[in-house]
Write a protein that binds this ligand. Structure first.
Ligand SMILES: [Zn+2]
Length: 396
């Protein structure tokens, strides 16, 4: 929601008036110097939208405001030309509404366009979110990253490395939405006040590493796609892509990282296919390159990659992980009920590479149980399990 600065206004005043944390107002207006507000400048108030209301007989601005628990001045702010002495019946005015509902509906076939639409809507309501593109997929889709938080501790979460594990994307977007709701409304999540998390940690989320693959699983391939013949051949002639994990070139993006890549390659398929083919060289695929570049440029203290399924958390790689990884996974396990597993016979994954090259904590979290793609009927249960991990990743 936008307001326009009047003589005497300050960001601190807006924070008090709308009962929104000052930090969030500052962060929603990064191009504004709060010390030198100019009259008429547009200020974004996070966590509010406006709606139009028609004046009825007997209304006064005071009664309209007080019946909605709003200070009267909020009405003047969102109706700058309003003259309270000349209210007419039938006249339309703007009314601010505090957003207390989710924008994201995670319980749907959550393809790339659904993701991008939700990201845009979230950023409109929560302008303290910073959204950028980390690169493009093989088919040219921009891979978005969203940043939330101001803190020194840089934390990274990602989802949908694997196409048929796409439920991880709406799970993580729902968390982003709930985190933003909790911040603006100052309502705790599981008893935890989230504003301290916001000021301690900067959270980077890449919610869909493999957008081409996700859209293949959910929507199939259009007739005119240049990949159609090859992808169907790699899929053993079938147009049922529910077993597809790879990107559109049949490369498994979580077998692409230079961490014992040759070992993983040797025991896996040597040609493109629905899963496990590591490519002709490490980091040959644009989606994997984008993740590597982001990670090299971001100085992450820890990374969590969300997959399905198994209700386990992998936390080691070749004994290169630091001692704090074990304490962290113990907390993740406590809050989710998932089982910690230090190592498995597996290489070349994103978290493997992160542990190997940075010697910092990296985790692969396998959400839910069953056969991929996990059904949306499990959404609520998986979200409850994941929520504890999402929060713990910020505070441990
Ligand atoms: Zn996976």
């Amino acid at each position: 929601m936008n307001v326009y600065v009047r003589s005497g206004d300050s960001l601190w005043y807006y924070s008090q008036l709308f009962k929104v944390p000052f930090r969030l107002i500052i962060d929603s207006n990064r191009n504004i110097d709060p010390q030198t507000l100019s009259i008429g400048a547009r200020i974004q108030i996070p966590g509010y939208v406006t709606t139009s209301y028609q004046i009825k007989s007997g209304d006064s601005l005071w009664s309209i405001a007080s019946s909605r628990n709003l200070p009267l001045d909020t009405l003047f702010l969102v109706n700058p030309t309003l003259n309270p002495a000349f209210l007419r019946i039938g006249q339309s005015i703007n009314i601010p509404i505090r957003v207390t509902w989710r924008i994201v509906n995670g319980k749907q076939n959550y393809d790339y366009s659904t993701l991008m639409n939700d990201m845009r809507q979230l950023q409109t309501v929560y302008p303290f979110l910073r959204i950028s593109s980390i690169g493009n997929s093989v088919e040219g889709r921009e891979i978005p990253e969203v940043l939330i938080g101001d803190g020194e501790k840089r934390v990274h979460y990602n989802a949908s490395f694997h196409a048929n594990e796409w439920i991880t994307t709406p799970i993580i977007l729902t968390f982003l939405n709930d985190y933003a709701l909790s911040l603006t409304n100052q309502t705790p999540i599981r008893g935890l006040n989230t504003l301290p998390l916001y000021s301690q940690a900067s959270l980077s989320i890449v919610p869909m590493v493999n957008p081409d693959g996700v859209d293949l699983v959910l929507n199939g391939l259009p007739e005119e796609s240049p990949w159609r013949d090859r992808v169907i051949e790699w899929n053993n002639g079938s147009s049922d892509f529910s077993g597809w994990k790879a990107n559109i070139r049949g490369v498994d993006l979580n077998d692409q990282f230079p961490a014992e890549w040759e070992l993983e390659r040797a025991r896996n398929p040597q040609v493109p296919g629905p899963r496990d083919y590591g490519g002709e060289s490490p980091l040959s695929e644009p989606e994997a390159i984008a993740m590597a570049d982001l990670t090299r440029n971001s100085d992450f203290a820890r990374v969590l990659a969300f997959h399905t399924q198994g209700e386990v958390i992998y936390w080691g790689f070749e004994n290169l992980e630091p001692p704090e990884s074990e304490a962290m996974v113990t907390e993740f396990s406590r809050v989710s009920g998932y089982e910690p597993v230090q190592t498995i016979d597996s290489y070349a994954g994103y978290k493997d590479w992160f542990i190997q090259d940075w010697r910092r904590p990296g985790f692969t979290v396998e959400l839910g149980t069953g056969i991929n793609p996990l059904p949306l009927s499990q959404f609520d249960e998986i979200y409850e399990e994941a929520l504890g991990i999402f929060l713990a990743g910020l505070y441990v």
